[in-house]
Write a protein that binds this ligand. Sequence first.
Ligand SMILES: NC(=O)c1ccc[n+]([C@@H]2O[C@H](COP(=O)([O-])OP(=O)(O)OC[C@H]3O[C@@H](n4cnc5c(N)ncnc54)[C@H](OP(=O)(O)O)[C@@H]3O)[C@@H](O)[C@H]2O)c1
Length: 477
Amino acid sequence: LLTPTRLDPAPAPGAVAAQDLRGKRFVLVGDGTPVAQALVTRLTVLGAIASRIGDDLEGHQGAVDGLIHVGALADHGEPVLPGAFPLFQAALRRSPRWLLAAHHAKDTSGLAGFFRTVAREYPDTVARSVEVDPSRGAAEQAEVIVEELLAPDREPVVLRTDRTRRGIAPRELSLGLLATSGAGPAGTGVAEATVLGLGPDSVVVLAGGGRGITARFAVALAAASRCRIELLGRTELPDLPDEFSDARDKAALRAALIARGGLKPAEIERTVGRILAQREISSTLAEIHDAGGQAGYRAVDLRDAEAVQQAVKETYTTYGRIDGVVHAAGVIEDKLLAEKDPDSFRRVYGTKVDGARTLLAALHRLPQLPRFTVLFGSISAVFGNRGQIDYAAANDALARIGRRWQDATGTRALTVHWGPWAPTGAHDGMVGPELGREYARRGIELIDPEEGVLALLRELAWGDSGTDEVVYTASGW
Ligand SMILES: NC(=O)c1ccc[n+]([C@@H]2O[C@H](COP(=O)([O-])OP(=O)(O)OC[C@H]3O[C@@H](n4cnc5c(N)ncnc54)[C@H](OP(=O)(O)O)[C@@H]3O)[C@@H](O)[C@H]2O)c1
């Protein structure tokens, strides 16, 4: 469970503490916010040199000791990410001592996951997201932000929404007796599916469920409830039988395509990837049937709002209901922040975040909302992870979006931040054999897929319905 924890108070910017700021050059982003103006005034009084800039650092001469982003505090402020990524990247190239973004609780950018990762990649920079209280005046909010510049700890996520200064930390919590005794422990998921009200007439939509770890969950859900599973993913299923069915793995497929000729090397790799993805989806569909469920698949890109809207609407119209939804679509393109191409940031971030917004918007139009929504997040959002700036921010954003959905609709929305799952051969997911070995070398244990799917079913069935964000991991990070 992720809960606020008390931190040491930040020093008030009195004479001694503020010495640190004297002569330092700050740039402030957040035109139109009274807090930006109040910050300029306050920093200037404290002897710093503060100037307001637009959305980029181009044309800004000289050193940048600190960048403070308060754009999210504007009344109708856009989420800070992904738009501000190039600006943060440009600022970090100038090795600032401070990089800070202030926001209100309503911001769904995923700033916490972003700043946790910045803190890991830039240990010499004070990297911090600060949640401030919108009911306080601009000068008071500015004062809190200045205090956070002076706080000596390196806490990357700070809540300053009441009189105490708080961070966020995971706390281990058991699910209670029912999950480990009585109806719960059979280990088949049947008791959990019953508690969730899932049976043969139920319909669950899983975005990203045709492949990887979500396919494991889809099969387990089908076995436990015999419900209808509707899978969404980008891969188109072929109309014709697999002409390379004898070539069972990547190497054999590659060899078969080379032997047939006519394709360039890059096309061969793409084709191999597509055929393996198609086979994996077909095998998931077959497994769902074998488990006693009914299965459907639609090729839908979650970033395509119209296609998602249509898929959700058609599913509801055809079956008269959608009981639950899982959004697990995601891609990774790991790179250190300094080397990250902003387009790649948008792709990784957008698949999760735009995908979630699009899917929830489509659900919102239905006559009846699903009873539960699950968002597949990642442990990298909770602790930050070098090389995953986009992915960490996106998975944190998912949790913020889920919380707002839960608050707005009163239906359950649970974000599960998974640690790495063990590869299982045909359905490895994002952790393939190579990454699995790397985790083993670092002493990081992997989630056993059977345990992982049951853990999610148990959390949904026996967990506190007010809990909207949990971490499941086999070992520390
Ligand atoms: N595996 C792990 O250890 C682990 C750990 C933490 C969190 N997670 C999370 O769990 C989820 C599944 O991960 P995985 O390991 O199973 O990865 P995976 O095997 O790469 O599966 C990702 C799934 O998302 C789909 N997808 C990607 N982009 C899409 C888009 N734009 N529209 C629709 N579908 C899209 C993919 O299908 P197509 O390619 O056909 O579109 C695929 O089914 C992800 O959200 C990931 O962040 C996984």
